[in-house]
Design a protein around this ligand. Sequence first.
Ligand SMILES: Nc1ncnc2c1ncn2[C@@H]1O[C@H](COP(=O)(O)OP(=O)(O)OP(=O)(O)O)[C@@H](O)[C@H]1O
Ligand SMILES: [Mg+2]
Length: 321
Amino acid sequence: MIIEVEGLRRTFRVSEKAGRFRRSHREVVAVQDVSFTVPEGETLGYVGPNGAGKSTTIKMLTGILVPTAGRVRVCGLDPSRQRKKLARRLGVVFGQRTQLWWDLPLLDSFELLRDIYRVGQTQYRERLDECTELLGLAEFLSTPVRQLSLGQRMRGEITAALLHDPRLLVLDEPTIGLDLESKARLRSFLAELNRTKGTTLLLTTHDLDDIEQLCRRLMVIDHGRVLADGELAGLRGSVAAERTLTVDLQEPADLSGIPGVTAIKADGPRVHLEFLPSEVSAAQLITAVAARAEIRDLAVGEASIEEVIRRLYDLRPAPQA
Ligand SMILES: Nc1ncnc2c1ncn2[C@@H]1O[C@H](COP(=O)(O)OP(=O)(O)OP(=O)(O)O)[C@@H](O)[C@H]1O
Ligand SMILES: [Mg+2]
């Protein structure tokens, strides 16, 4: 296992103004009872609403924060105690922070990182050439980082995180603020990295397309606790999310009252039906529709990932005070 986490907990003491001169202290539980393991080669998406505890978890995995309780091993090391050693095996990208030198050309940052991580010349050149080509860095390698656009800088960040050829790449909101094309490019680069080199990926995101296109496995966290952990297909099944049947009818017809159908939306001759697979199968539903109207075309769809996650939230226990 490249990551092993057991009973992880992290609290913060925050002080608040209480009246004119007094300050009161309050304990915020950012992460509690979090346990999971990640095998090599996995692609794991870590999602949850703002303040759920994602970044706090990532900071404990990478040794930036010390856990209040629990056990963490990453690449066989204790992140906070063996932070330097871990840094040589791990790549980290924070979408909202830079690990590059603001005033230096991108290439100079890479060279500094090569020295810090003691990357051999041959490996350095290979990784740099590869990333330059696949991420299209060539035009701005000599541009100071502060002059780069967000999308350009992000490509630089990913390259910087990969120069020492880590087995594990941890990314905290890598696609935040990027345009559609930059997102797509980044996703396909990361998918390729996982496929060809077997690099393990752990990423947090608010863009569920990142998950759909990149992650085999999904972990959902809220109020510091893991609500769900599994392969996307399995999670879909577990929440019994509605599927959809879309039919194009020859003539408009009344399709109300079919058992198992939870919603109907007509859009001219096209009708969308949401149904619960636990109550009616797609085949039964098509038969029922065909008995009432002539079908010209049809398509059966999965519940969207948004819908699956929304339902996982609905299942959560009420947060404890
Ligand atoms: N340094 C800190 N001091 C005090 N509280 C903190 C600190 N860091 C995080 N928290 C609190 O811990 C909780 C979890 O924060 P965290 O940054 O892990 O959330 P997140 O899931 O990454 O959210 P987002 O999607 O907004 O990035 C929040 O309530 C936050 O206010
Ligand atoms: Mg965060």
